[in-house]
Design a protein around this ligand. Sequence first.
Ligand code: RTP
Ligand code: MG
Length: 141
Amino acid sequence: MALERTLSIIKPDAVAKNVIGEIYTRFEKAGLKVAASKMKQLSKQEAEGFYAVHRERPFFSALVEFMISGPVMIQVLEGEGAVLKNRDLMGATNPKDAAPGTIRADFADSIDANAVHGSDSLENAAIEVAYFFPATDVFAR
Ligand code: RTP
Ligand code: MG
């Protein structure tokens, strides 16, 4: 497996639940290292741009409104197979379908308020990392 970087966002529901540390612990225990991080209140424009791939979907406006409902914690995770490893830690999009012990099974309330975002491919990871972090703010770990 290759060393990869992926973009992770702890969504407003999980920030409000005060579980940033518990989620970071899961990343670290799985061998993922935090290579960049910041807390941010997304603007509507930033959230729309980030999820632009979904703009024609019926859930798009609800998704954007949710993502701007409070601050998010944004991080770059680095490690072997980081993209898939993070998706495995997250669990299925709908927490009802998420495997026991995954972040969404343990912390998400609904398909809308589902605790975390993770890049879904290496290609999208590079785009999403660059969306939030200049190269100088991402550190080789
Ligand atoms: P994310 O992008 O946030 O990591 O989530 P994901 O890959 O697991 O799911 P994706 O298909 O990319 O959808 C992005 C977010 O939109 C909301 N969604 N709602 N009501 C619905 O059918 C529906 N489908 C997706 C979810 O909050 C999902 O995280
Ligand atoms: Mg997605």
